[in-house]
Write a protein that binds this ligand. Structure first.
Ligand code: HEC
Ligand code: HEC
Ligand code: HEC
Ligand code: HEC
Ligand code: HEC
Ligand code: HEC
Length: 441
């Protein structure tokens, strides 16, 4: 009888534990999904982003704002931010400064407006060192939607500056902090749940012990009851068992073998290498958010063997105007004053015995940078994405068909190849791309 009373207790304990772990898991998943939605830049539909930025846009305008957001990012964001001066002025409040027809005329052809002698236009043109804003072949409706987007985004607080002077893109910054808020809330709930759980478990263990003591004091227990009451795990016997020792031994040997093979395979490899750079230059910011073309900085990547690293002068094309007071940008100024190049740390480096040519792959082969370098436009700090082993080069040469369209050099070769091996794809290797001398001097 009494043994029966003990059991529901342990069952209850188990049930309680499972419930709480399940609740905890759910809460954790929620928190994770909330922060994901908030943080992923650009992944959320533009309308949602505007909503996250705390704007009270009427539902009818949401589509126009979303369209305006996309147009703004595609055409204007290189030079304008809503709440911050970039190359051009901050656009917040533009609909109050200027009438809509003026804005439309200006965006379509700003130099015409300046040339017409429009007082405001001339003033702002001079204020911005007579930089000409490009003309845009946008429709009136498209320009109106950009202004609608600007209006929707100007509610956000003006660029939050961190101590280093980095301006955070406001609309996105808000989204992140919202998500962080939600995450914090979830964390608090989780912590409370865990504390409650611990308190419950401790109470139950205490109660169980008290019950055991009470039972021990009783004289009317039968053999089975006593057995259950005095149950103990015999650790010593388990530790001594040959079975356990065998399993641990085999696992140990396997782990050592695996690790040493991995170690040997990785000798001379630097995949994942991500050194700190002398200036906190971010590809995510430049190539990602501001969509600056790779070849704007790596000027020779389509033309020659090597993709050059830009000189400080290229940075100054923009940074003579943008963020001139940021401590990181000051480092560019210092390099120029001292007439010393910025000492970037080289990341990718093939041994001298191998020949690799960028223009052959990018211009002739039409291969995207990201195929070899990974999602550079998402990296704050660049790392080596591919292994850069000989096997890596050769595998791709075996699998990749030559980009022969519109390339007269290949016309005859394609014909010869098709005559000789009808149907087989004309890959780099079938053109001799796996011959040793192609890559080794
Ligand atoms: C290459 C840089 C550049 C791009 C791209 C650009 N602008 Fe400009 N914008 C400027 C500059 C610089 C000025 C300041 C006036 C001047 O120097 O001509 C300006 C001024 C303006 C003004 C007047 C601002 C004010 O406060 O009065 C408006 C409006 C404007 N731009 C809208 C746009 C829109 C909309 C787009 C996208 C379709 C765009 N700009 C794209 C550089 C740019
Ligand atoms: C505004 C200028 C600029 C733009 C635009 C730019 N880069 Fe860079 N890139 C740099 C600078 C500066 C470095 C050296 C510092 C570093 O590694 O971050 C660099 C380094 C690299 C490296 C590593 C070089 C090494 O040391 O091995 C790769 C790869 C690279 N860029 C690829 C790209 C690709 C792909 C794009 C376009 C999606 C791009 N870059 C756009 C300026 C730029
Ligand atoms: C085509 C224009 C352009 C070029 C070229 C360019 N940048 Fe930038 N850079 C920007 C813009 C736009 C920002 C963002 C400014 C903001 O957040 O308000 C920026 C931001 C930065 C920042 C962050 C500054 C801070 O404190 O927030 C650094 C560092 C930087 N750039 C370094 C460089 C370096 C180094 C080069 C040359 C290899 C370079 N940039 C070339 C446009 C450019
Ligand atoms: C087929 C693969 C491949 C593609 C495509 C490719 N790269 Fe590279 N990249 C490499 C390799 C391999 C190296 C190392 C070269 C070396 O050490 O000689 C490298 C090195 C670099 C470097 C360091 C400087 C140098 O030349 O060694 C930069 C910068 C760079 N790549 C930028 C780019 C950009 C920008 C693109 C796209 C326009 C691009 N790469 C496309 C494979 C590639
Ligand atoms: C992502 C696929 C890819 C990778 C990775 C790659 N290649 Fe290539 N490679 C190509 C393609 C495609 C061509 C042919 C371009 C063309 O001529 O149309 C090519 C052509 C070449 C050629 C010229 C071959 C000839 O027949 O003239 C050389 C040399 C070469 N690659 C070297 C390398 C080296 C070295 C590496 C590794 C560091 C490498 N490639 C990695 C795709 C790749
Ligand atoms: C598509 C280009 C390519 C072809 C074709 C190629 N190799 Fe390589 N090979 C490389 C690259 C790149 C490396 C450097 C890999 C590394 O650093 O891990 C390399 C490395 C080597 C090494 C190692 C050198 C060392 O010091 O570690 C040897 C040996 C070698 N190759 C021999 C050959 C032979 C023999 C052939 C012809 C059967 C050949 N390779 C064909 C690209 C190629």
């Amino acid at each position: 009888m009494s043994s029966y009373r003990l059991r529901p207790f342990s069952h209850w304990l188990l049930a309680l534990f499972l419930t709480f772990t399940a609740v905890g898991q759910l809460a954790a998943q929620d928190a994770a999904s909330v922060s994901k939605e908030g943080v992923t830049p650009g992944a959320a539909p533009a309308g949602a982003a505007a909503a996250a930025a705390g704007t009270a846009a009427p539902a009818g305008d949401a589509a126009a704002i979303a369209a305006g957001d996309a147009l703004f990012k595609g055409n204007c964001a290189q030079c304008h931010a809503v709440n911050d001066v970039v190359v051009g002025p901050a656009l917040a409040g533009i609909d109050k400064r200027r009438p809509m027809p003026w804005i439309i005329k200006w965006v379509k052809n700003s130099s015409k407006v300046v040339a017409s002698g429009d007082e405001y236009a001339v003033k702002i043109f001079n204020e911005y060192q007579k930089q000409q804003m490009p003309s845009f072949a946008l429709s009136d409706a498209e320009i109106t939607s950009i202004v609608a987007y600007v209006k929707s985004a100007e509610g956000a607080p003006v660029a939050a500056k961190d101590p280093a002077g980095t301006a955070v893109d406001t609309s996105e910054g808000k989204g992140v902090s919202d998500a962080a808020g939600a995450g914090k809330y979830m964390n608090a709930v989780l912590i409370v749940l865990v504390v409650v759980l611990i308190v419950l478990v401790v109470t139950l263990v205490i109660i169980a012990n008290i019950m055991k003591d009470v039972l021990r004091g009783r004289k009317d227990l039968d053999g089975r009851d006593v057995e259950i009451l005095e149950q103990k795990t015999d650790w010593a016997a388990i530790l001594k068992s040959g079975w356990l020792r065998g399993v641990v031994g085999v696992l140990f040997v396997l782990v050592i073998l695996y690790e040493s093979i991995q170690g040997l395979m990785a000798v001379g490899l630097s995949q994942g290498y991500q050194p700190a750079q002398p200036i906190a230059f971010s590809h995510k910011l430049h190539a990602g958010e501001h969509q600056i073309n790779c070849a704007y900085c790596h000027t020779s990547v389509y033309k020659s063997k090597s993709a050059n690293i830009p000189s400080a002068n290229i940075c100054m094309n923009c940074h003579s105007q943008i963020k001139t007071t940021s401590p990181e940008i000051k480092k560019i100024y210092r390099a120029i004053q001292r007439q010393q190049p910025i000492q970037w740390v080289r990341i990718h480096n093939l041994p001298d015995l191998a020949y690799f040519n960028h223009s052959q792959h990018t211009q002739v082969g039409g291969i995207q940078c990201q195929t070899c370098h990974g999602p550079i436009e998402k990296m704050d700090v660049v790392y080596q994405y591919s292994a850069l082993t000989m096997g890596w080069c050769i595998n791709c040469h075996r699998e990749t068909p030559l980009n022969t369209k519109g390339n007269g050099y290949y016309d005859n070769l394609v014909k010869l190849h098709n005559d000789a091996n009808a149907g087989a794809p004309f890959t780099v290797s079938s053109n001799g791309g796996t011959e040793c001398s192609k890559c080794h001097y």
